[in-house]
Design a protein around this ligand. Structure first.
Ligand SMILES: [Zn+2]
Length: 112
């Protein structure tokens, strides 16, 4: 099988990656603000730190993992609509060069 190059697929992929990076950045900021707000009652002594803070730490960790690794479910190949790489080789995002399903390049193979 031979890889295929279509500039519109490359452009669509770049737009998708840029959009995802932007929305992920926004989510990190929201998580930071929310974390600061929910830690405040324990820090101020209104709530007992145990079990409030350990439970909170687990929730924040789960949210962070979702933000960090959740993109695979949202970022799909502009040509075939499937995630461009298998579950274990999706990371890091910028290293995905082509779609393993339809073999379309997601980045310009000659660089820019
Ligand atoms: Zn594809």
């Amino acid at each position: 099988m031979e890889s295929k190059f279509d500039p519109s697929v490359v452009d669509a992929w770049e737009q998708g990656v840029a959009g995802l990076r932007k929305s992920r950045k926004r989510r990190w900021i929201i998580l930071g603000v929310v974390t600061a707000l929910v830690v405040a009652p324990a820090a101020a002594g209104v709530l007992p730190p145990v079990p409030y803070l350990p439970a909170l730490a687990l929730l924040v960790l789960a949210a962070a993992v979702t933000i960090r690794y959740g993109y695979a479910a949202h970022l799909r190949c502009p040509n075939c609509g499937k995630p461009p790489a298998g579950s274990w080789n999706r990371l890091p995002l910028q290293d995905v060069d082509y779609c393993t399903h339809c073999l379309y390049w997601l980045r310009n193979p000659r660089g820019r």
